[in-house]
Write a protein of this length. Structure first.
Length: 222
């Protein structure tokens, strides 16, 4: 088997998705290795999660830089010092510059709490409720220069219950994120998931409609 994929994870907070990835690697269910966790905030739990797992924990405070571009360049240089095959955004609360995104084209992942392309941006749980949607979910996607618009890789789908509120939906979506994010990363690590000309391919087939994890079952739509 080929060497494990080296990944760098970017966080800004609690790091629950980071922990899910760490747990999958520790259980030998992911052919990857986290070489560093980088946060733009020093006082977050995610950094301690990294330290507890013996992973390099770095802080790069965006407030120390005069512009978004200056920060992104410094972040890029720090990431590249670890030579990752994949960069994983796990609650990294920064809009990234085009130069940064283009540098990591095809090897930059994000997870978003909605069924993209619906409900890009913030406050997705309340917006889903306000729209009376029957379903909600989370989406793993490659990152491009347009917010929450890169090629879709995998989605988790849940039903919206009549007694749901924004907080209960957030909790239920987080549980699904902890399943599908490691799954998608492992597809990439195993070489099953690739990126070509702005599009995602799984097992050399174009992902025209993303696979969905629903009711503990993976539905391949490609």
């Amino acid at each position: 088997m080929s060497a494990a994929l080296d990944i760098v994870v970017l966080i800004s907070g609690n790091g629950s998705n980071l922990q899910a990835i760490i747990d999958e690697i520790k259980a030998h269910r992911m052919h990857a290795n986290i070489t560093a966790v980088i946060s733009n905030r020093a006082d977050v739990k995610g950094l301690q999660r990294a330290r507890d797992a013996g992973i390099n924990a770095e802080v790069l405070n965006h407030k120390d830089y005069d512009s978004r571009e200056d920060f992104d360049l410094a972040l890029q240089q720090l990431i590249d010092s670890y030579h990752p095959g994949l960069v994983v955004l796990a609650g990294f609360m920064r809009i990234l510059s085009d130069a940064f995104v283009n540098h990591y084209a095809g090897r930059l992942f994000n997870i978003h709490p909605s069924l993209l392309p619906e409900f890009k941006g913030l406050n997705t749980h309340q917006r889903v409720l306000d729209a009376n949607c029957a379903e909600h979910g989370a989406s793993v996607h490659f990152v491009n220069s347009e917010l929450d618009s890169g090629a879709l890789v995998l989605q988790a789908v849940i039903e919206v219950n009549s007694d749901d509120n924004a907080d209960t939906l957030a909790q239920r979506i987080h549980q699904q994120e902890h399943i599908i994010y490691p799954m998608a990363i492992n597809w990439f690590a195993e070489g099953r998931l690739t990126y070509k000309n702005g599009q995602a391919l799984l097992d050399n087939k174009l992902i025209s409609s993303p696979p969905q994890w629903k009711n503990k079952t993976l539905h391949l739509n490609i």
